[in-house]
Structures are given as C-alpha cells and as structure tokens.
Design a protein around this ligand. Structure first.
Ligand code: MTE
Length: 320
C-alpha cells in the first residue's frame, strides 16, 4: 500500500469520517450489505458530499516525537467530552454538543506584525510547513485536572521562521476565531471574545510549543480547537489557544483573555507550578481524567528539562 507522508497530504486528499459514515448510510439505505463488494464501481463517489467538515479525517505517516510521554493516554471519548471552549458553552460537555456544525472550511491563519514576510496560511499551506509528528503530551488545566493526549502537529518555530520575525518581535499574540452566529452560547460565557493569548518570543520558539492540527491520528475534533490550535504542555491549558485565525509578532506584551478578567488569578506566564496556588485552590495536585486518586503536579508539568532555563532568575511567585 502506498503510504503518503503527512506533509504531502492536502485537505482535499483525505476523507472526513462524516463522508465515510454517509457512504455507509447510503449503502444501508439502499439495502446493500457488504460495501466492499461495490468498491471501484463508482458507487462510493455518488455518495460523496462536499468536504466541509474536516473533523475526523485520518493522517498517515506521522513521525514519532522524542518529546512524547509513555504515560497511559486518555481515551478519545474523555478528551472530546470534557472540554473548555467557552465560545460553545461553559459546561464541560457543552462544546461536544454545540460545536458539531462548526464550519472550519476555507480556514485561513493570518501571520502578521513584526515580521519581514506577513502571510495568510490556508490549512493546506500549514500541513506542508513541516513533517507532522505525533506528540503525546501531558496537558494540565488550571482547574487541577489533567489529560494525556496524542496530539499531531509540529513545533510552532517552523511557522515562525517562514515569516521571519524582525528584531522588534519580543512577543507573539494568538487570536481565536469568533463568529457569534456560529457560537450563540458565547454571549453567556462571561469573557470577552475573540479569545486572545500570548507568549514571549523565546517561549513560542521553544521546540515543545506545538502548532497542533490533529489528535488520535486524525484532524482535531471541533470541540478541541479545529482546525488548528496551540498546545503548550508546560503551561496551564488556558494558554493553548483553540481555532487560531491570527498570530501577531509584536514588541509589547499582549493582553490575554483570563488575565484581563482576573489578573490576580491568571498571570501572563501561567506555567504549571505546584508551589504557587491559585488564590482559590491548591495547584499541588491534579486529577487525571478517568482516575479516582489525585496525583502530585510536577513543576512545569514535568517538562523542566526543556523549559526551566527560559525562566532563570525570575521570581515565579510574582510571574505566575
Ligand atoms: N481557546 C478558546 N478559543 N476558547 C476557550 O475557551 N479554553 C482554554 C484553552 N483554549 C479555551 C481555549 C482552556 S481553559 C483549556 S483547559 C484548553 O483550551 C482546553 O483544551 P481541550 O478542551 O482540548 O482539552
């Protein structure tokens, strides 16, 4: 079988799960059992629908990442039914229910600001930037729960290098998509949209910072931030902006959604730190989804070797 490498794939090459399901339903509706018998007869093509829904599309030829943990992974079910995505509601089960029709077709990410070559990337452009890796990361939410997820993507630095940040670029601002007509629940969320986040340039360029396009071997589920998001495994989950549409390199520290709302509770850095409690709860322990007993939280979520040096000499109690 010819296996194409992930970066050679385009969004037109791959077949969304919904299309597979539609084909099977089509065949079932026609009373046809044993779909394989009809392969190659053009029947499948008749049942094809326009590829507007990308969630559930398989990737092949993924590169294994040396940054992956060997810890037990959470199930796809866990990771897609316990979400924070306030645009689609504030209860953990809301995004799975409310994001099913989220239209992510013709997606573009504008990369701009203090760069020599600003550019708008389509999803096809993004998939070609670097070989796609599977990175199994621990992901720790500020609310003291955690998950282990096989994400798919590549280091954000690969994209950054393409646009050539200027000497003035000290920070990177990230902005999520926002469309109140597709996200009617957002008006009850109590935070301002679009969701915005930021990193210092060196943090963004750290190899662990993942520009993420998938999970569990396929494109991102809508509720997990389709079609492209950040994953910053040494920081609390709220730093990992979902459904990215704008990335801006800039000289000033960008405002961030949760910091704007409650700066005493959510700092700019938001590095996982078991020694600095949230004003309303302890950060010393966490509950891994699917487990009963809590486990100790690790400094920088266990990624100290890769990231601690970036914060040398900083008071981490002040820069929380
Ligand atoms: N991005 C947007 N646009 N909107 C959000 O509400 N929630 C953040 C982060 N990114 C959020 C977001 C928080 S609080 C967390 S913990 C993670 O997404 C959750 O990611 P997950 O649902 O894929 O686990």
């Amino acid at each position: 079988m010819l296996i194409r490498k992930a970066p050679d794939l385009t969004y037109a090459d791959v077949t969304p799960k919904s299309v597979y399901l539609n084909r099977r339903k089509f065949l079932r509706d026609m009373g046809i059992v044993g779909a394989a018998a009809f392969a190659g007869k053009g029947l499948f093509d008749l049942a094809l629908t326009p590829q507007v829904a990308f969630a559930g599309t398989k990737f092949t030829g993924l590169v294994k990442s040396p940054f992956s943990t060997t810890e037990k992974q959470n199930t796809f079910e866990d990771v897609t039914h316990y979400n924070n995505f306030y645009e689609f509601g504030t209860n953990k089960g809301d995004p799975a229910k409310n994001a099913t029709k989220f239209n992510t077709s013709n997606w573009k990410v504008s990369v701009e600001g203090e760069v020599k070559t600003p550019r708008k990337f389509t999803m096809d452009d993004i998939l070609k930037i670097a070989p796609l890796e599977e990175r199994i990361y621990r992901h720790r939410c500020v609310e003291a729960w955690s998950i282990v997820v096989p994400w798919i993507g590549f280091s954000f630095s690969n994209l950054a290098k393409l646009v050539e940040p200027t000497a003035k670029a000290q920070y990177v601002a990230f902005e999520s998509y926002f469309d109140p007509s597709q996200m009617p629940e957002a008006k009850y969320a109590g935070i301002d949209f679009p969701y915005v986040e930021g990193l210092r340039l060196d943090e963004a360029m750290n190899p662990l910072a993942l520009l993420c396009v998938g999970m569990y071997g396929e494109t991102l589920a809508n509720q997990d931030g389709a079609p492209v998001r950040m994953i910053l495994p040494w920081k609390y989950g709220f730093k990992s902006t979902k459904s990215l549409v704008k990335i801006k390199f800039q000289s000033k520290m960008p405002p961030t959604t949760w910091n704007r709302l409650a700066s005493n509770e959510y700092g700019f850095y938001a590095n996982v730190n078991p020694n600095v409690d949230h004003p309303r709860w302890s950060q010393a322990k966490e509950r891994r989804l699917g487990e009963i007993f809590k486990r100790p939280t690790l400094m920088f979520n266990g990624y100290s070797d890769q990231v601690a040096a970036m914060y040398n000499g900083m008071d981490l109690k002040k820069n929380y």
